[in-house]
Design a protein around this ligand. Structure first.
Ligand SMILES: Nc1ncnc2c1ncn2[C@@H]1O[C@H](COP(=O)(O)OP(=O)(O)OP(=O)(O)O)[C@@H](O)[C@H]1O
Ligand SMILES: [Mg+2]
Length: 252
């Protein structure tokens, strides 16, 4: 299937370092991270716990500044959260007092979209993530996988050109995770967005990514970037899949 990548943005991470100073001492969380992501590319970041994956994401999202270096989104330095990014974290961060459609609509609140268009857009997103029929449900009545779908729909609501996902499927069971992976790939193929996706699950990275960035720790740095040259849809039983899996595993 030909993918239209015009909906995605480019990302450049230039020599990004991050140091945390606290009473307990100094932690060099990231040291000299450098890589670029093309428009519409799907890049996964893997690495051991504490290698700075979330730190890198917070910097990408403009939630905190790097100690050194910079991040460029479509050529402009990121200094604060930007409406052109949709963020999905491992914990869903849904508002418990809002229904599914209210949670999804949250992202649109600031946008000055007419009410009618908003309603249509929310319904489209609810359908897109497979939650039709649950529009009026509250988060407490949803399973983990469903909550993650709401979080994804909310991130997509503003039609961002970049999706940042930090271990989004970490809290769901294996079968649900697989379904969500397939759905995400479909949405990515449909929309052409650029996706940066953190996981510590090597299989998940090889299944999803065009390229896998493998990080090491102390300080967080890039060990290697592996291009996954396997046609989609990918199956873990393919021999090609197995050799990429072994390759990435051996690097961690
Ligand atoms: N606000 C903070 N203050 C001090 N140290 C921090 C802070 N945030 C992260 N760190 C430290 O920076 C390092 C990287 O943390 P980070 O959360 O980015 O790792 P991670 O790769 O996302 O790990 P995990 O896979 O467990 O989520 C760790 O040593 C962590 O203790
Ligand atoms: Mg993390």
């Amino acid at each position: 299937m030909a993918i239209d990548h015009s909906g995605g943005s480019t990302v450049r991470i230039e020599n990004v370092s991050k140091q945390y100073d606290s009473k307990q001492g100094t932690v060099q969380a990231l040291g000299g991270i450098e890589f670029s992501v093309e428009r519409g590319e799907f890049v996964c970041i893997v690495g051991p716990s504490g290698c700075g994956k979330t730190t890198l994401f917070r910097i990408l999202a403009g939630l905190e500044p790097p100690t050194d270096g910079e991040v460029l989104l479509n050529g402009s330095t990121v200094t604060e959260p930007n409406a052109d990014m949709g963020i999905v974290f491992q914990e869903y961060h849904l508002f418990p007092w809002q229904t599914v459609q209210e949670n999804v609509a949250f992202g649109l609140e600031k946008a000055d979209t007419p009410a009618d268009e908003k309603r249509q857009r929310v319904q489209h997103l609810v359908d897109l993530v497979g939650l039709e029929g649950f529009e009026d449900s509250y988060p407490k009545a949803l399973s983990g996988g469903m909550k993650q779908r709401v979080a994804l729909a909310r991130a997509l609501a503003i039609d961002p050109s970049l999706l940042l996902m930090d271990e989004p499927f970490g809290a769901v069971d294996a079968q649900t995770r697989e379904m969500l992976q397939d759905e995400l790939i479909e949405i990515w193929q449909e929309t052409g967005k650029t996706v940066l996706f953190v996981t510590h699950d090597v299989e998940e990275a090889v299944k999803l990514a065009d390229r896998v960035v493998v990080m090491g720790k102390n300080p967080g740095s890039i060990r290697e970037i592996v291009e996954i040259d396997v046609d989609r849809p990918r199956s873990r039983s393919d021999s090609e899949f197995g050799s990429y899996y072994e390759r990435v595993r051996s690097l961690i």
